[in-house]
Ligand binder design. Structure first.
Ligand code: ASP
Length: 306
């Protein structure tokens, strides 16, 4: 057995003084539960693709994170969600952008990959496809959380669009990467995007190669942070390319991209990554990133914030 799994729940200005001990415990417990959940599927022979989808669904359903239930508010007070998934074995990918009321956007991105013949569907068209696939929808109230509403109230009369975690309430985008027992890699990411975003803004989470990427020859990556920087720097693919063309290790490639290239460009955030040997890296250039991982070699599940 050589499975491996890593998850994240967003990166940002997360510091001990902004988080109560109870909240910290709650986050660590939920992260642990998500890792246990995903690892149990891998242990019983599940595919990496199923694991990243199911683990991200698990996280989308928890309002602590800015994805699915608990997504941030747009400038007009809606929830517009982005998600994507990629299979490292087939290099197939599916993504959705700016979808509303779809209960689990990552499930829709899997349907796009498996059943649409396309890679990226947006807005109303993506929602029509979700109806066609008989996926679950929820009313706006389902996505509502008081603290994200308060974040939006603070910003809605300004031109500022903010990553969820750059203030006192720092909860974010979710993602998962996995290696299964057959040596296949997969990655998935889901988000509500930036608070107060407008004009149909779409972040890196929907952009294959920027926020999500998987390739059995190299690695699987899921990113979190200020999306515009991740798109411009094609962050997820850049890690893979450094490994493929420069023979870098996962640790070196993720370090170059997150701590040097991205940082130099002004991009704040982090990523989770697994290579084909099952090595795991979870670098971030912010104060913290909600994260967790497990692998077949050690029974220990690791979860951390700072
Ligand atoms: N990357 C996401 C976006 O820009 C936000 C996040 O990671 O929290 O939409």
């Amino acid at each position: 057995m050589n499975y491996a799994l890593a998850i994240h729940g967003g990166a940002g200005t997360i510091s001990k003084q902004h988080i109560t001990p109870d909240k910290e415990k709650e986050y660590l417990a939920v992260l642990k539960e998500a890792v246990l959940f995903g690892a149990s599927i891998l242990k019983s022979g599940g595919s990496s693709l199923d694991v990243v989808e199911k683990t991200v669904i698990f996280l989308e359903d928890i309002p602590l994170f800015n994805a699915g239930k608990g997504s941030v508010f747009t400038h007009h007070g809606h929830h517009e969600m982005d998600a994507s998934i990629m299979c490292g074995q087939t290099m197939q990918a599916g993504a959705v952008a700016a979808v509303r009321n779809v209960k689990n956007p990552v499930m829709l991105s899997r349907k796009v990959m498996d059943e649409s013949g396309f890679v990226l569907l947006v807005g109303r068209g993506a929602e029509d496809f979700a109806h066609h696939c008989a996926l679950d929808f929820r009313e706006d109230e389902y996505f509502f959380t008081q603290y994200r509403y308060a974040q939006w109230q603070m910003l809605k009369n300004s031109e500022v669009a903010e990553v969820d975690h750059f203030d006192n309430n720092k909860y974010g985008t979710v993602g998962a990467v996995a290696l299964d027992n057959n040596g296949n890699l997969a990655a998935a990411t889901s988000t509500g995007g930036l608070t107060n975003k407008k004009f149909g803004r779409v972040g890196d989470t929907s952009v294959i190669g920027a926020g999500t990427y998987a390739n059995n020859n190299t690695c699987a990556i899921s990113c979190t942070g200020y999306g515009e920087y991740f798109i411009r720097n094609v962050v997820a693919h850049d890690v893979s390319a450094l490994m493929e063309y420069k023979n870098m290790t996962l640790a070196d490639a993720t370090d170059v991209v997150v701590h040097h290239k991205l940082k130099k460009a002004g991009g704040e955030g982090g990523l989770i990554a697994i290579d084909r040997q099952g090595n795991i890296c979870m670098p971030f250039n912010t104060q913290g990133m909600y994260r967790g991982c497990a692998n077949a070699k050690s029974e220990n599940i690791q979860v951390a914030i700072y």
